[in-house]
Design a protein around this ligand. Structure first.
Ligand SMILES: NC(=O)c1ccc[n+]([C@@H]2O[C@H](COP(=O)([O-])OP(=O)(O)OC[C@H]3O[C@@H](n4cnc5c(N)ncnc54)[C@H](O)[C@@H]3O)[C@@H](O)[C@H]2O)c1
Length: 266
């Protein structure tokens, strides 16, 4: 095969940063990237969980809140010191549920602005913080034979398009990721860095609480899916991420991972 025929970016030997890689879909992605031959750094807020996950999958853990610039620079530097950094997968995020107005319609019971800001700060501003720093480090690496330096995957949500009752803050934060996609891909194209996003439906993770999704939520998500009628699995997310990272011709794309779900329950 001549260089021009190559269609898959090499992951083997690259260093990768998985932000929010200490649990759920991020942990599964980090594990998969280790299996693909990457040196992987994972970040999260919980030191105990982070160290345990890193040990289990063979990654390096850096404690870093996505809103903390210095901690995120330290995490990016750790990844960049471990090898040619070519991958950022951004999974960190929090859920939030509250209705826009209270039952009594009093101003005081309307949706908390602090909660709204915090959700946007973690899910959207945090994403941009990670991208701008990681992309700077990736841009300093040598390009491959096709001028490519790396690839970035963001994590949006079906809620960006079909947000449910009580999801104003969460849906807005995830819609923001979709708005970021095209300008990021354009901004980073001159450095040979692609940017894509996964748009998951209901995934079976601890974002719904330490016990995972309730039976009622499992049923609702399953009913809304076309086929298969179940929640998504973290390994399915990881598999899609690897394709988005490797496939040279996917850029500025948001790809759904939701078993055909078109409308979530109210
Ligand atoms: N589980 C779902 O149904 C679902 C659906 C659509 C999108 N998503 C998105 O997928 C992503 C991963 O979620 P998950 O389901 O694996 O949940 P999870 O709770 O298992 O993982 C969340 C990760 O984000 C990290 N995190 C949270 N706040 C952080 C902060 N301020 N700074 C640094 N790290 C922080 C946590 O440490 C953890 O590693 C999130 O962005 C979530 O919104 C999840």
């Amino acid at each position: 095969m001549v260089a021009g025929d190559r269609i898959l970016m090499h992951l083997q030997g690259r260093s990768a940063l998985v932000v929010g890689g200490t649990s759920g879909v991020g942990e599964a992605t980090a594990e998969r990237l280790v299996a693909e031959g990457c040196t992987v750094v994972i970040t999260g807020r919980d030191v105990v969980k982070g160290r345990a996950a890193a040990q289990r999958i063979g990654a390096v853990f850096c404690r870093a809140d996505v809103r903390d610039v210095d901690a995120m620079i330290a995490a990016v530097d750790t990844a960049a010191d471990l090898g040619a950094m070519g991958v950022l997968v951004h999974c960190a995020g929090v859920g939030h549920a509250a209705r826009t107005i209270g039952r009594d319609c009093a101003y005081s019971s309307a949706h908390s602005l602090d909660d709204f800001r915090e959700t946007i700060d973690i899910n959207l501003v945090g994403t941009f913080n990670a991208v701008r720093l990681a992309a700077s480090a990736i841009a300093r690496t040598d390009p491959d034979e096709l001028g490519q330096r790396g690839a970035i995957v963001l994590t949006s949500s079906l809620a960006a398009m079909v947000g449910q009752t009580g999801q104003a803050a969460y849906a807005a934060s995830k819609a923001g990721q979709l708005g970021l996609l095209l300008p990021l891909a354009r901004d980073l194209s001159s450095k040979g860095i692609r940017v894509n996003a996964v748009v998951p439906g209901g995934m079976d993770t601890a974002i719904y609480g330490p016990e995972g999704p309730s039976e009622a939520l499992r049923r609702a998500v399953s009913d809304a899916a076309i086929f298969p009628k179940r929640m998504g699995r973290p390994a399915e997310f990881a598999s899609l991420v690897v394709e988005l990272l490797r496939n040279d011709y996917i850029n500025a794309s948001a790809v759904e991972l939701a078993a055909g779900t078109v409308q979530l329950p109210r």
